[in-house]
Design a binder for this molecule. Structure first.
Ligand SMILES: [Cu+2]
Length: 210
């Protein structure tokens, strides 16, 4: 075969290979687009906020370091997005523990809680009118449990929602200081609790990590 003949065959082969590769590449883009990496909405270290229910003009009046909480002023409702985060500390709420997260609610407002468990253990979310300084192994012994989210009055010591689940509940609290805590036995005393303060001197709901 002449050199020209060989050259033509090589060109045909290479050309075909390039064309096939080009077609395969485009086919893969059209039919197998890379999934858009949409990170779950950032479970902020403290509290989710949504721009639809929070006004920026109000946040400027918050104490420094405060996180605005989403709320609806027309019906005096505040939304608490609480997450048991997947973390080296399994006993956390939004990455905080040991009473460090303080939530401030205006008197007379209704609190709507959305509690999500991203942690491996079952957890629940209770609001407690506490009569002790810090939680023991059974928070039912530390005062009066006012709200059960992800559990009931009969099973809170052992039951909660599983990882990946969300439960909700709502309550209107009288002015005062409360705990929120996981009721599963030993979880609050391991750090899974925080503080809610309800007062007529609070005009905009917010949270602070102290
Ligand atoms: Cu727990």
């Amino acid at each position: 075969m002449s050199k020209i003949g060989i050259a033509i065959i090589v060109i045909i082969f290479v050309g075909t290979a390039v064309m096939a590769g080009f077609l395969a590449y485009n086919f893969s883009i059209v039919y197998f687009p890379l999934p858009k990496v949409s990170k779950a909405p950032i479970l902020s270290k403290v509290i989710h906020t949504t721009s639809t229910t929070t006004t920026t003009s109000m946040t400027s009046s918050l104490p420094s370091g405060a996180y605005a909480l989403p709320y609806n002023p027309s019906n005096k409702t505040v939304f608490l997005y609480i997450v048991a985060e997947s973390s080296s500390n399994p006993f956390n709420f939004n990455g905080t523990s040991d009473g460090n997260l303080h939530i401030y609610i205006p008197a007379g407002w209704t609190v709507i809680v959305y509690f999500t468990n991203e942690e491996g253990l079952p957890h629940n979310f209770l609001i407690i009118q506490n009569t002790t300084a810090t939680p023991g192994t059974d928070v039912g012994q530390d005062g009066n449990i006012l709200l059960y989210v992800g559990a009931t009055s009969s099973n809170y010591l052992y039951n909660g929602i599983s990882s990946g689940q969300t439960a909700s509940g709502s309550i209107t609290l009288n002015p005062g200081v409360y705990w929120f805590a996981c009721g599963v036995e030993g979880h609050a005393s391991s750090g899974m609790w925080g503080v809610i303060e309800v007062s007529s001197s609070i005009t905009t709901p917010y949270a602070i990590v102290e």
